[in-house]
Write a protein that binds this ligand. Structure first.
Ligand SMILES: *[C@@H]1O[C@H](CO)[C@@H](O)[C@H](O)[C@H]1NC(C)=O
Ligand SMILES: *[C@@H]1O[C@H](CO)[C@@H](O)[C@H](O)[C@H]1NC(C)=O
Ligand SMILES: *[C@@H]1O[C@H](CO)[C@@H](O)[C@H](O)[C@H]1NC(C)=O
Ligand SMILES: *[C@@H]1O[C@H](CO)[C@@H](O)[C@H](O)[C@H]1NC(C)=O
Ligand SMILES: *[C@@H]1O[C@H](CO)[C@@H](O)[C@H](O)[C@H]1NC(C)=O
Ligand SMILES: *[C@@H]1O[C@H](CO)[C@@H](O)[C@H](O)[C@H]1NC(C)=O
Ligand SMILES: *[C@@H]1O[C@H](CO)[C@@H](O)[C@H](O)[C@H]1NC(C)=O
Ligand SMILES: *[C@@H]1O[C@H](CO)[C@@H](O)[C@H](O)[C@H]1NC(C)=O
Ligand SMILES: *[C@@H]1O[C@H](CO)[C@@H](O)[C@H](O)[C@H]1NC(C)=O
Ligand SMILES: *[C@@H]1O[C@H](CO)[C@@H](O)[C@H](O)[C@H]1NC(C)=O
Ligand SMILES: *[C@@H]1O[C@H](CO)[C@@H](O)[C@H](O)[C@H]1NC(C)=O
Ligand SMILES: *[C@@H]1O[C@H](CO)[C@@H](O)[C@H](O)[C@H]1NC(C)=O
Length: 494
């Protein structure tokens, strides 16, 4: 009966789409008269194969390269670290040449400009315009080619390992019924399990490009209590996983590594979008996905790693103090304006929003368009999670806290007193003034800046930092913000 209702309403909209009147305002001259846009009619199928054969041969699966970790083996214990660190702080080079990178004028060779589209240089071969990197016939070497590459890919590997454990963890601790109660089916669970398996491939790829010192899987400490909080944490963790890579991928020395990495981060991007859909958020409320510096990705990730094995390769990136969004919009609320202070499951930077609010305040299982936040391909939110001009209250931790594997990293900042809130979203970095109201406390207002007209910059799961200056930075030199960062947070804008 349900099927039939659905069928006839789809048929109706298909006919409507073929109608000559414009279906989209301002879009005229859309002549569909040549189309026969109709669906098949008649009874639906009731008999399902196997009842038809196609031409095929018996073929065995070729042997494939081994994975670094199978899907479900590996470390499975979880919880906070309670021991004593045997080492402390990020791994350091023998010598450090300056406190920060000095700005320079544009590279003198960056002058190419083509006024008329004709080729300005001899072509090295037919159909092969001059230029490009790694295009002159040199054999590709799929290995990291500098300390920068090593540390970036090692960070990426720490991220792939937690994803492998995390996706499986939610499936292991919550039952089919727990998932169903939040609108996620057995097929959705199978999909999440598949995403975990994707991580075994990503971890293998990154390990191979690093060599024998590749970091291994660790033990983790997760912040969720319900399926929805698990999904919320996943959409946050994959957000910084993806953006962390966009931030460094074009700075890698080894273009070969960048090639492989982009082909794995494309699937991570799909994971992030799917977790948003499972949370009933708009899947991609932005035109561009943003990039962040490595030290930001490490700051977000480290608090969820409780311990790593003795011989683990350590990272060189900085851990910044936590910036708490006091009134972080709660995507579980039908009225996000009503979010209470600190309505999150814990006090780490990316802890998920509280899903255990009263059911008459929750948007889950609410069958009202514009308010329903159950899993869906996309959802309208009549009351937005946040909006330009919203007062955003902030508190932040002092540096010197022990975080990360074996509590062996220490949060630090080299910035002076905080004056600005930096909003990193899409292609943009926008600063708003910080109004300090007390010790490590203050507020600001969400900005209204746009990327291009029609695309407000701040939307989706995005990044905020407290800074001591409002330096002009763009996506390719954003990491120059690091010496100015006081604390780092994650904002649930839409
Ligand atoms: C660092 O310096 C020490 C002492 O000068 C030297 O023994 C060591 O080989 C250096 N390490 C690297 C990786 O260059
Ligand atoms: C296109 O521009 C190049 C470089 O300015 C110039 O040398 C060339 O003559 C132009 N070609 C045409 C067809 O205008
Ligand atoms: C080929 O290109 C690479 C950079 O992609 C460069 O380092 C190398 O010197 C070039 N080799 C030759 C033979 O031109
Ligand atoms: C964020 O995106 C959603 C979905 O497109 C939209 O409804 C909302 O207005 C956007 N928020 C802002 C601040 O532009
Ligand atoms: C971290 O802690 C674990 C568990 O206590 C221990 O097995 C491991 O050796 C420690 N790692 C380091 C690097 O100290
Ligand atoms: C949320 O707060 C803003 C600012 O006060 C207000 O404009 C908006 O109408 C509120 N939304 C609802 C649904 O009350
Ligand atoms: C965060 O919460 C934990 C557990 O409630 C507590 O032990 C810790 O002191 C808190 N940390 C900060 C910086 O507030
Ligand atoms: C949702 O509401 C609509 C209209 O009120 C109703 O037709 C539909 O059966 C409801 N769906 C569920 C799953 O309750
Ligand atoms: C969803 O939101 C869009 C943009 O705000 C609006 O045009 C559309 O009518 C809404 N759809 C429904 C079903 O409410
Ligand atoms: C934000 O802080 C201001 C004062 O600093 C306070 O009046 C306001 O209630 C706070 N808002 C929220 C949502 O916590
Ligand atoms: C946002 O980024 C775009 C693209 O780089 C740029 O053109 C625009 O000026 C930026 N907007 C703001 C408000 O910074
Ligand atoms: C970052 O790049 C922009 C150009 O995109 C430049 O205007 C700015 O000065 C650079 N910032 C620093 C600190 O070098």
């Amino acid at each position: 009966m349900l099927t039939r209702t659905f069928y006839s309403s789809t048929l109706f909209s298909a006919l409507a789409a073929a109608a000559p009147t414009p279906q989209v305002p301002g879009y005229t001259n859309a002549d569909a008269s040549g189309l026969s846009n109709q669906l098949p009619t008649g009874p639906v199928a009731t008999v399902f194969g196997p009842d038809s054969q196609v031409s095929a041969i018996e073929i065995s699966v070729a042997s494939a390269p081994p994975r670094k970790s199978s899907d479900v083996t590996g470390v499975t214990s979880h919880g906070p670290f309670s021991g004593t660190p045997t080492t402390s702080g990020a791994v350091m080079a023998n010598a450090t040449l300056a406190q920060s990178i000095a700005p320079l004028p544009p590279n003198p060779t960056a002058t190419y400009y083509n006024v008329n589209g004709t080729l300005l240089n001899p072509a090295p071969a037919p159909y092969t315009p001059a230029g490009g990197l790694g295009t002159n016939g040199t054999e590709p070497r799929y290995m990291v080619n500098s300390d920068f590459d090593f540390e970036s890919i090692a960070l990426g590997l720490y991220q792939e390992w937690i994803e492998l454990d995390l996706f499986n963890n939610g499936l292991a601790i919550f039952s089919d019924e727990d998932f169903l109660a939040e609108g996620l089916t057995a097929e959705d669970r199978t999909y999440i399990a598949f995403m975990a398996i994707q991580e075994t491939g990503h971890a293998t790829l990154l390990s191979n490009m690093l060599g024998e010192a590749a970091p291994v899987q660790c033990t983790y400490n997760y912040p969720y209590r319900t399926v929805r909080e698990f999904i919320d944490f996943n959409q946050k963790l994959t957000r910084w996983g993806e953006s962390g890579v966009w931030g460094f991928i074009n700075h890698l020395d080894a273009r070969e590594v960048g090639q492989m990495l982009s082909q794995s981060i494309a699937t991570e991007a799909r994971q992030q979008m799917s977790f948003r859909q499972m949370l009933g958020l708009h899947p991609q409320p932005v035109w561009f996905e943003t990039g962040i510096p490595q030290s930001w990705a490490w700051t977000y990730l480290a608090p969820y790693i409780s311990s790593c094995p003795e011989s683990q390769t350590r990272l060189a990136w900085q851990n910044f103090p936590v910036l708490h969004i006091v009134n972080q919009p709660n995507p579980n609320r039908l009225s996000p304006n009503d979010t209470k202070p600190y309505e999150v499951s814990g006090n780490r930077t990316a802890d998920p929003s509280d899903s255990l609010i009263p059911s008459d305040e929750s948007c889950l299982n609410l069958n009202v368009t514009g308010y329903n936040c159950g899993p869906g391909i996309t959802r309208n939110r009549s009351e937005p999670l946040s909006f330009p001009g919203k007062q955003v209250n902030l508190t932040w931790d002092a540096p010197g806290q022990y975080v990360g594997p074996n509590n062996s990293y220490v949060t630090s900042t080299s910035a002076g007193s905080p004056q600005f809130v930096a909003w990193v979203s899409q292609l943009n970095l926008t600063y708003t003034p910080l109004i300090v109201t007390g010790v490590n406390a203050g507020f600001t207002y969400q900005p209204a800046s746009a990327v291009y007209e029609g695309d407000p910059a701040v939307n989706g799961t995005m990044f905020v930092a407290l800074t001591d200056a409002d330096l002009l930075l763009t996506p390719f030199n954003l990491s120059m913000i690091n010496p100015h960062v006081v604390a780092l947070g994650l904002y649930q804008a839409g």
